[in-house]
Write a protein that binds this ligand. Structure first.
Ligand code: AMP
Length: 206
């Protein structure tokens, strides 16, 4: 399966991707996860990316392209029109055809509630996502999968969340029109990740 998951921060891209990968062994590529690992490890990429990420701004396209050309030979981006154009070229070059782009549509109040209650495993190799209301980590706050501590991300302060949503509206949501024109867009009202995964699987079969 080759799907781009498009949606605002907190729309459920990470959760839906994890459920989909369990289904057929596909690989999830999340540029956010790659960047957070680089920050944690203190690599040159991480050092450059951290200031943008902590503010809730997007990391510049040029940095993302550098990591994506390498990473696409394995397999989650694009987040701006230049990234989408570049991805189109890369996919053509590598002879990879997308099934579709799944646009996860979630009302803003649901997104705000999800982002403020989200906790993420601090282990760069795990980065499991929890929610203190609906899917909590262990009682002592550690990850049920790898026992590392779960944390609130630096970019999950109210100011950074507001900026990430604004950035999404300005820079990423134009991808909806881009992929609609390409004939690749399918929109899913995504209130429950499990239901969305079931609908995506149905769409893959048809
Ligand atoms: P995420 O975990 O997907 O919400 O990403 C966290 C942060 O990483 C974003 O707010 C951006 O600063 C950065 N980021 C992740 N993916 C990209 C991308 N494709 N282009 C630019 N910045 C990105």
């Amino acid at each position: 399966m080759r799907i781009i998951l498009l949606g605002a921060p907190g729309a459920g891209k990470g959760t839906v991707a994890k459920l989909l990968t369990e289904f057929d062994g596909s690989v999830q590529i999340s540029t956010g996860d790659i960047l957070r690992s680089a920050v944690k490890e203190g690599t040159p990429l991480g050092k450059k990316a951290k200031e943008y990420m902590d503010r809730g701004d997007l990391v510049p396209d040029s940095l993302i392209m550098d990591i994506m050309e390498a990473r696409l030979q394995e397999p989650g981006f694009p987040r701006t029109i230049p990234q989408a154009e570049e991805l189109k070229k890369l996919l053509a070059k590598l002879n990879i055809k997308m099934d579709f782009v799944a646009n996860l549509d979630v009302p803003r109040d649901v997104i705000l509630d999800r982002l403020t209650t989200r906790r993420t495993c601090c282990n760069p190799a795990c980065q499991a996502i929890y929610n203190i209301k609906s899917n909590p980590p262990k009682e002592d706050g550690t990850c049920t999968l790898c026992n590392h501590q779960t944390i609130q991300r630096d970019d999950e302060t109210e100011a950074a969340i507001t900026n990430r949503l604004e950035t999404y509206n300005q820079k990423t949501s134009p991808l909806i029109g881009f992929y609609e024109k390409e004939g690749l867009l399918k929109t899913f009202l995504s209130l429950s990740s499990k239901d969305t995964v079931a609908e995506i699987k149905k769409a893959l079969k048809s």
